[in-house]
Design a binder for this molecule. Structure first.
Ligand code: AMP
Length: 112
């Protein structure tokens, strides 16, 4: 089921895109929770992490490497946090897999 993130990939709705390659796209979160808050999404429609399977292994690995690349590109390569909310009860609101890249302020632990 396509979500608004598919529309961002298709450039049907605007976004502040900071990175793109053949497999994924990264853009700034519209409601940032940190000075740097970027969403990294696969171009392939996977609703949530738990829906990914063995054939998606290379894509998921690619996304982890891309997240590091995006963080470096934005000048926060030494201190950033990756978050994946999986499922509504875990806070997921958009059902197109995405990695939150958060940085630019102290990030406390445990998260809320
Ligand atoms: P989650 O709650 O993990 O599903 O994260 C969804 C994120 O998407 C939230 O942090 C929203 O602020 C963000 N978001 C929703 N709509 C847009 C949009 N049009 N452009 C950028 N970020 C968005």
């Amino acid at each position: 089921m396509p979500t608004l993130f598919s529309k961002i990939i298709a450039r049907e709705i605007p976004a502040d895109i900071v990175y793109e390659d053949e497999m994924c796209l990264a853009f700034r979160d519209i409601n940032p929770q940190a000075p740097v808050h970027v969403l990294l999404i696969p171009k392939q429609e996977i609703p949530k992490l738990a829906d990914a399977a063995a054939p998606d292994q290379a894509l998921l690995g690619h996304m982890m490497l891309a997240a590091g690349k995006v963080a470096r590109q934005l000048g926060v390569g030494d201190a950033f946090r990756l978050v994946i909310n999986n499922g509504a009860e875990a806070g997921q609101t958009v059902f197109h897999l995405h990695l939150h890249i958060l940085a630019g302020r102290p990030l406390h632990w445990p998260p809320g």
